[in-house]
Design a protein around this ligand. Structure first.
Ligand code: ATP
Length: 468
């Protein structure tokens, strides 16, 4: 059956209705661009993070993990260039006061303005004007706009008990990306583990950005999570490793159920001054109007470690034991947004099917990603012997799998509820279980086929299904 059109309304409504994602501080009217992950949301997010970690750290002899603090010495962000230059140029509408990202406005004219400064953007706007073209407000459509101005994305905070005079001096920043902590620990990891070039350090954690426009559900938020891996190498290894990691990241999405037609590469035209090559994996977010960035794979040269060496005075060179050569390693990074990935996988799984004249909404997640793996039901709520048996099965299976016990409503409704959260299997205890065959009915989410399985064989049955 053909897939129906996926809209942002369908996704947000399902996420709220079924406990995946809630708007932050909802009872106070909401807090823009921050979201909370409910009982099924946290399971999906954790599963994605675990499967990423498995491929990026566990299965690799050359990558180790890290969990660094969100707060760092304020000079870190001076050295990295973020304090002075982590800006997104913005344009304001003088009539309706809408604030817009200038680079996104230029996209409408086919101009890739990613990483352009406000001055460069204003020069592009001037060129457009000379051709008789004008930018319009995305809300009211009028052309009464300010020029592009830089807008810092850094989120400032303070620690200790600063008096008013010390507030500015003691300002610290919530990290805008997780890789900063990796650069600061490169030396520690080199000295405390057996890693040798080339090697990677991976980290999953929160990042914060004062985004100008954040109206696309969890796609762009002010608080989010990143999954980053920084790979340290010799300059002559860069191109080969870059191609290797690009392939690995591409295949990871396919392995977990993203269809190849729904992802594509976007090569950066304008690069950060230190970068040699950079590209993104974009996902086709139909609900947001098309392909958008989900993960970046970038060559960063030796810029990060050189800057930290310069600002800290610490020696960050690598000594090659074989050649005796000392040098600052170059870095290749893979940088993915966990929340964007969550959105993409939920989007990919979202399916509507016409069944007997009504619509079945089902999330066809890969089994490893499904928030709940198995739901267990007694056929009837008011039959203690069925409830007791079902609870016993739940307790046994829950030692290995995320399970849910449900005795609410008729079986058809319970199946639909589990379909909507993407549970691959439902197990029902009925009268035959008790009176005849000590077996249960197992129903498959995708085929909706049912089969009888002996209770004592359930462990092997699901072991095979989940390949544990
Ligand atoms: P964009 O161009 O969309 O603002 P970016 O190029 O600034 O993103 P990076 O700095 O390369 O993004 O960050 C790496 C990844 O972190 C992105 O590919 C994205 O998945 C995620 N990410 C970045 N900003 C946000 C945000 N505000 N909300 C959610 N995820 C984000």
């Amino acid at each position: 059956m053909a897939k129906q059109k996926i809209t942002i309304e369908k996704i947000t409504s399902l996420c709220k209705r079924r406990g995946f994602v809630f708007l932050s501080s909802e009872i106070y009217g909401g807090f823009a661009a921050v979201y909370d992950y409910g009982p099924y949301g946290i399971e999906l997010k954790n599963n994605l993070a675990r499967e990423w970690w498995k491929h990026m750290v566990q299965m690799r002899a050359d990558v180790v993990g890290l969990d660094s603090g969100i707060f760092m010495h304020p000079i870190v962000w001076k050295a990295s260039g973020h304090v002075d230059g982590f800006d997104d140029p913005r344009i304001d509408c003088k009539d309706c006061k809408t604030r817009m990202r200038a680079d996104h406005m230029l996209e409408a004219f086919g101009i890739d303005a990613d990483k352009m400064s406000a001055n460069e953007i204003n020069a592009e706007i001037k060129k457009l004007k000379e051709k008789g073209k004008k930018l319009k407000c995305t809300t009211c459509g009028k052309t009464n706009l300010t020029p592009a101005k830089n807008f810092s994305l850094m989120v400032k905070s303070n620690l200790g008990s600063p008096t008013d005079e010390l507030l500015e001096k003691n300002a610290v920043y919530l990290r805008p990306e997780t890789c900063g902590g990796i650069y600061l620990n490169y030396r520690n990891i080199l000295d405390s583990t057996r890693v040798k070039l080339p090697f990677g350090i991976a980290q999953i954690g929160k990042a914060f950005r004062n985004e100008i426009v954040a109206r696309q559900f969890i796609f762009r938020t002010r608080e989010f999570e990143q999954m980053e891996m920084q790979y340290f190498l010799r300059p002559n290894e860069m191109q080969e490793k870059y191609e290797e990691w690009k392939k690995m990241r591409w295949n990871w999405y396919l392995e977990y159920g993203i269809k190849e037609k729904n992802i594509k590469w976007h090569k950066h035209v304008k690069l950060a001054h230190y970068a040699a090559e950079a590209c993104d994996i974009e996902y086709n977010f139909e609900a947001l109007g098309g392909f958008k960035e989900m993960e970046g794979i970038h060559q960063r040269g030796d810029w990060d470690l050189s800057q930290h060496q310069k600002f800290s005075g610490a020696k960050l060179e690598y000594l090659d034991q074989k050649t005796g050569e000392k040098f600052i390693p170059h870095i290749m990074e893979t940088s993915a947004g966990l929340n964007r990935m969550f959105f993409a996988f939920l989007h990919e799984a979202y399916t509507e099917e016409e069944i007997d004249g009504s619509t079945r909404v089902v999330l066809k997640f890969d089994r490893r990603l499904a928030p709940v793996k198995i739901a267990v039901f007694p056929l009837l709520k008011n039959k203690p012997e069925l409830v007791k048996k079902a609870k016993g099965i739940f307790s046994g299976l829950a030692k290995k799998y995320m399970c849910e016990f449900d005795d609410n409503g008729n079986i058809g409704k319970r199946y639909r509820r589990q379909d909507e959260i993407g549970t691959p299997y439902c197990v029902t205890v009925d009268f035959d279980t008790i009176e005849k065959d000590n077996s249960v009915t197992v129903r498959d989410r995708d085929t909706m086929k049912q089969e009888r399985v002996k209770i004592e064989e359930l462990d092997d049955y699901f072991g095979e299904k989940f390949k544990i």
